[in-house]
Design a protein around this ligand. Structure first.
Ligand code: MIG
Length: 690
């Protein structure tokens, strides 16, 4: 059951798709306090209550004990002291003596003090007197998630090739750079489906342009690569370069599509292109206009995009910079700079980018309402991505286009996925990646993954390999790194064979991973579950945060520590361990419920199959379109009978709901005789059953 409580007159974020009648009574569970221009909601927690959700965030899956703030932030330092990353995902479930979900639909900052200030209190501070509060109560924790997911609508579904392995790096400048990557993979027979183009491919960082000196015949390059099963995926940044004669700039100015400053002039900020204007993505006409611009690249054969810098990131504004200079001048005039003034200099410099005061300097036009940006800050990236998604529905009505964003708000999950931004090549960030996934799924974000190998800092061979072993399971499996860092493409390391093998395993698993993704999307289910979600009766499972369920059949326990030769694994029931050195070089072991130390060498990965479950595997390929998915192996652990629902489609059209996409595969074990039954005759099935 969902109850909606409306305070004041909230901005329509369109996060939810169901019309729920608001009720007047006081909400249960919370003590609600109105302040001058904010509200606090206070819930008294029991000692053992857990808090789950909040999407993209640092720290644990259980959010209790720390403080989080939904405030889309371009902050590349994802350390434990932070409270905000790029997304704003205000959905939280309290689990314990009372189990219920809460969603705050409000586009500015919301703070979740999860027992940080007072350990027995959850205090939610909503920085506005206009917002919607939803309280969701269902039979169980899992049903609560499902009900919320239904409320916010079906998650984005990418084309199937986007389940392949993808390579990115900030710094690929031209045709030669891209070709080098393609050769590095193809010559070494390491599978690959996409190469990303970061900002350097553009002409002076102008969105929707391609530097013609760097790509002489861009369309030809795109088509030649596609013949090899490789897609090029360009970046689109939020800021539009101010440059006379540049069509996007000229049109935006002419039609008032840009955000305005206090005086009503087009607002100026500086990002990579230098001075830019921000399209007013909250304005429907501006959104339609910007969305249509993607056509320039679609027409050249492009089938996927990543939207960056859309918090929006601001390096500086002319006003902010002047203010900083004035403060500095003031300090400079002291003859004897005190220590506090000295540190003041540093703070002034650090405060120039992404400053709260800059977000108060510009305005959106929504209908006849002028709204200051900070009041709707968390909707900017969402609506940039929505602009693209809505345009694709018109431009390519029956073709899926890959799309993901850096900033997001719940609601955006219907238009695209996210990648989790500028992490670092640290082992702790691999663990953070693991922990973030189920929380994101709870908020509807299914197509997601982190920069494998780490974005900032220098990666190491073992870190990339271990990260890939986990990345094999994330829907978005992309290796990405920052300019100037150590090169971390799979072919850059000594033991290329292991990279080939591990990435090869991903391709073997695509029939399973794709089916499970589609189930999660079409049925409002979780692709990644915590053990607690899968084994609600198991008291120990509740505390396990470094193992996950992937779809219905598999549990994973990734290695995330340097030099570890294995790890402790908790099995909530007896399971079949599959240890793989490559897709074909495998070992199996049935293991009992309980705690085990499992040896997992650097070049090995393991997963566990639940009893009476099977996993459909393909023979692999060097790119997704090359997979023969009519020839499948069912690998599994069958005591008497396993049934698997397999989803298959053409991978690009939008007939997701056709019953023809499903087949039922059964494996029956009787008197040690194993037999399989498939509802689709054309499927050639081999069995590998324990
Ligand atoms: O200010 O385009 O998160 O993935 O490589 C940095 C350059 C801008 C941030 C993105 C990152 C991308 C980088 N961008």
């Amino acid at each position: 059951m969902i109850k909606r409580y409306t305070y004041g007159s909230p901005f329509q974020t369109e996060a939810v798709i169901e019309q729920i009648q608001a009720i007047k009574e006081k909400p249960s569970y919370f003590k609600v306090n109105k302040e001058e221009d904010s509200y606090t909601l206070v819930y008294k927690m029991d000692k053992n209550d857990g808090l789950f959700g909040l999407g993209e965030n640092i720290r644990g899956i259980n959010k209790r004990g720390y403080i989080y703030k939904s405030n889309c932030s371009d902050d590349p330092s994802h350390d434990e002291g932070k409270s905000s990353l790029y997304g704003a995902h205000n959905f939280l479930i309290v689990k314990g003596s009372h189990t219920f979900g809460i969603f705050i639909d409000m586009p500015s900052s919301v703070t979740f003090d999860c027992g940080y200030t007072q350990k027995d209190q959850l205090v939610i501070t909503v920085s506005s007197i206009d917002f919607d509060l939803y309280i969701i109560e269902e039979e169980s924790f899992n049903e609560t998630i499902k009900r919320f997911r239904k409320l916010i609508g079906r998650s984005y579904i990418p084309p199937k090739w986007a389940f392949g392995y993808q390579q990115s790096r900030w710094g690929y400048r031209n045709e030669e750079d891209v070709q080098k990557v393609v050769d590095g993979y193809r010559n070494n027979h390491i599978p690959l489906d996409a190469v990303y183009m970061d900002i350097d491919f553009m002409e002076r960082f102008k969105n929707f342009t391609v530097d013609s000196a760097a790509f002489k015949d861009f369309k030809q390059v795109v088509s030649d690569l596609k013949d090899k099963g490789i897609r090029l995926v360009p970046i689109v940044d939020a800021g539009v370069k101010i440059e006379e004669g540049y069509d996007v700039y000229e049109e935006g100015v002419a039609h008032n599509y840009f955000c305005k400053d206090e005086q009503g002039e087009d607002f100026v900020a500086a990002v990579w292109p230098g001075k830019v204007h921000f399209p007013d993505f909250l304005n429907k006409e501006a959104r339609e206009w910007f969305g249509k611009k993607y056509k320039v690249l679609l027409d050249q054969g492009i089938e996927g995009f990543w939207n960056d810098m859309n918090e929006p990131a601001i390096f500086y504004t002319p006003e902010g910079l002047q203010e900083a200079f004035q403060k500095l001048d003031h300090i400079r005039q002291c003859d004897n700079i005190g220590i506090y003034e000295f540190f003041g200099i540093k703070d002034i410099m650090n405060g120039i980018s992404n400053s709260a005061s800059d977000y108060e300097r510009f305005y959106h036009q929504v209908g006849d309402q002028r709204i200051r940006h900070d009041k709707v800050h968390n909707l900017f990236g969402y609506n940039m991505t929505r602009a693209a998604g809505e345009a694709f529905d018109v431009l390519e009505p029956n073709k899926r286009i890959l799309l993901f964003s850096r900033a997001s708000y719940i609601g955006m999950h219907r238009y695209g996925g996210i990648w989790t931004g500028d992490n670092t090549s640290w082992w702790s960030h691999l663990l953070m990646n693991i922990k973030m996934m189920p929380s994101l799924n709870m908020c509807g974000i299914l197509y997601t993954g982190a920069d494998i190998g780490g974005f900032g800092g220098n990666s190491t061979e073992d870190l990339v390999l271990r990260w890939l072993q986990f990345g094999c399971f994330t829907p978005l499996m992309r290796n990405h790194s920052a300019l100037g860092t150590r090169e971390q493409e799979a072919y850059q390391f000594q033991d290329i064979g292991s990279f080939r093998n591990i990435i090869g395993i991903r391709y073997g698993m695509i029939p399973y991973l794709y089916s499970e993704y589609m189930k999660a999307a079409l049925r409002d289910e979780m692709y990644f579950k915590t053990l607690m979600m899968a084994y609600p009766e198991d008291a120990f499972a509740e505390n396990v945060e470094d193992q996950l369920m992937v779809g219905e059949s598999i549990m994973i326990a990734p290695v995330y520590e340097q030099n570890a030769r294995g790890r402790y694994v908790y099995l909530p029931e007896d399971m079949l361990m599959v240890k793989l050195r490559s897709l074909t070089d495998r070992e199996y072991k049935i293991m009992d419920k309980g705690h085990h130390y499992v040896d997992i060498a650097l070049e090995e990965m393991v997963f566990f199959i639940k009893p009476n479950h099977v996993v459909p595997l393909s023979k692999g390929a060097e790119y997704v379109d090359g997979l023969d998915e009519m020839d499948l192996e069912l690998c599994g652990y069958v005591k008497d009978k396993a049934t698997y629902e397999l989803y298959q489609d053409d991978g690009f059209s939008k007939y997701y709901d056709s019953p023809n996409n499903w087949s039922t595969l059964q494996v029956i074990k009787e008197d040690n005789q194993i037999q399989s039954i498939s509802s689709k005759d054309a499927l050639k099935i081999s069995l590998n059953i324990y």
